[in-house]
Design a protein around this ligand. Structure first.
Ligand SMILES: [Zn+2]
Length: 487
């Protein structure tokens, strides 16, 4: 490849002629309309990968006392890849620290990916230097000076468009067909093009052609008519190239995070002599095109822990634990582990025939509790459970908040019962026949000694109220009762 000084235009050429019809209509075309491509438009850019450093011959407009010259420097090198075309080697002046060089390479690599694929055909390299100097296009390259304010901001995409037209279209288009179109049009789009008809005419016409064909809604009515009228025949030559905008379908697919829970689904025996089990989890999350930003542990959709490991208290029975990771694109992945905690087998005794007191009420009673007390006719014992309340609030006795009680009838005529046995309610966390944790219908208020409960007998379901009349002997006397009706 023969190296030539990159072509550029200067800020002196800024601005359009507005609505006035002069010949040519604009002085320079880059600043006619700054939203032909905007920062929000799609890019075919995938990523940059650092490929180290190496000596590269680059043009630097600051060299030779600002006249510009070729320099050989040990450039920081990045490969920018695109969904629709060849990779570009981005060569960054080592005056940028590595991290800043990567940021610059990514920034310009993305903006170049917003240009039509056709304009990137011959862009094999990009040079990035500091300095307030014009950009340039030629040499299968785009030259960038990062302090050139007029070429940045909303003008960046239009500036790159102009330079990429030099790089990829000049060698393809200047020729007989273009000369013929110039003659037929009989005018130039800008003074800059008119002054340099064999060097700037294509690059000056290029972005405005693209705007008329693909983004007419972004042009004013005046500019739309003016451009179409001035370069009508040149536009037909551009049409033959098949230029197309980058669209959303050219954007790279974002990868979703990979997630896994080690150990996964399993059954665990409840070994700690308390309901449920404390279980440790570890998960792994990775993202191929970015970083993991958040990790969460969820049960029934509710966050119960964050981080990659967690220790969760699970009830007996089956629990689905979800691990969720979200990446820097806001994309989430989840995975689950189903943990079954099995309660130890219960050994029935004469005093405590079941792992917990009470039975499941018939649903026709519509009770708020799934477990109520029961009168056992065979041994004349009432098996109940109760929750301790003090001053109307849940409390406990010796750290125990729910008790199983075994009530023996003391006197039928006086309607009294005696607490003959008690223990902690459902200490091994047994589940009822619906695989639910049983709750306890009874309430004992310590401040008044009043006990209320729902108790099922052979024939009915009773809402009962009792008073502790002899605390020393644990004697309760029935105060009132009401038979509940099924719905
Ligand atoms: Zn130019």
């Amino acid at each position: 490849m023969k190296l030539s000084t990159p072509i550029f235009f200067t800020l002196v050429l800024l601005g359009s002629a507005g609505g006035a019809y002069s010949n040519p209509p604009y002085s320079g075309t880059v600043w006619v309309d700054l939203d032909i491509i905007t920062a929000a438009d799609p890019s075919a850019f995938i990523q940059i990968v650092s490929i180290g450093s190496g000596p590269r011959v680059m043009f630097d407009r600051r060299a030779d006392n600002g006249n510009g010259d070729w320099v050989t420097i040990n450039a920081r090198l990045f490969q920018a890849s695109y969904t629709d075309g060849n990779a570009i080697e981005i060569q960054v002046n080592p005056e940028f620290e590595p991290s800043e060089a990567a940021i610059k390479a990514r920034f310009y690599g993305y903006a170049i990916g917003q240009l039509p694929k056709l304009l990137r055909l011959d862009v094999e390299t990009v040079w990035i230097h500091r300095g307030n100097k014009p950009f340039g296009g030629r040499n299968d390259n785009i030259l960038i000076h990062t302090d050139a304010l007029g070429y940045h901001g909303s003008a960046l995409e239009e500036t790159l468009f102009h330079e990429a037209c030099h790089t990829s279209l000049d060698s393809r288009l200047y020729g007989a067909a273009w000369s013929n179109a110039q003659t037929l049009d009989g005018e130039y789009i800008s003074t800059y093009a008119k002054d340099n008809p064999a060097r700037e005419d294509i690059a000056e016409s290029c972005a405005l052609y693209y705007a008329v064909r693909f983004k007419p809604e972004r042009l004013s009515e005046i500019d739309l008519n003016l451009i179409t009228k001035t370069i009508k025949n040149r536009m037909l030559v551009f049409d033959s190239l098949g230029m197309e905008p980058v669209t959303d379908s050219d954007r790279p697919l974002k990868s979703t995070p990979s997630v896994a829970i080690s150990g996964s689904s399993r059954t665990i025996s409840d070994t700690d002599n308390a309901a449920g089990e404390s279980i440790s989890f570890t998960a792994n999350a990775t993202d191929t095109d970015g970083t993991i930003v958040t990790t969460q542990w969820l049960i029934d959709g509710v966050e119960v822990a964050t981080g990659s490991s967690a220790t969760l208290s699970l009830p007996n029975g089956l629990t689905v634990v979800t691990f969720k990771a979200t990446d820097d694109d806001g994309i989430s992945s989840t995975t689950t582990a189903t943990i079954t905690v099995t309660a130890p087998a219960y050994e029935p005794t004469e005093e405590w025939p079941s792992p917990y007191n009470g039975i499941t009420p018939d649903s026709s009673f519509g009770l708020a509790f799934n477990n109520i007390g029961v009168f056992s006719a065979s041994d004349s014992i009432i098996y109940v459970c109760l929750r301790i309340f003090t001053d109307g609030l849940p409390s406990s006795v010796n750290g125990v908040s729910q008790f199983d009680m075994r009530l023996k009838v003391a006197s039928l005529s006086e309607a009294t019962v005696q607490i003959t046995k008690f223990r902690e309610f459902n200490s091994n966390g047994a589940l009822n026949e619906d695989a639910q944790t049983p709750d306890c219908s009874g309430i004992f208020e310590t401040t008044t000694g009043v006990y209320t409960d729902i108790i099922q007998t052979n024939t009915s379901v009773l809402e009962t109220t009792w008073n502790l009349i002899e605390p020393a002997n644990l004697i309760l006397k029935l105060d009132s009762f009401k038979e509940l009706a099924a719905n």
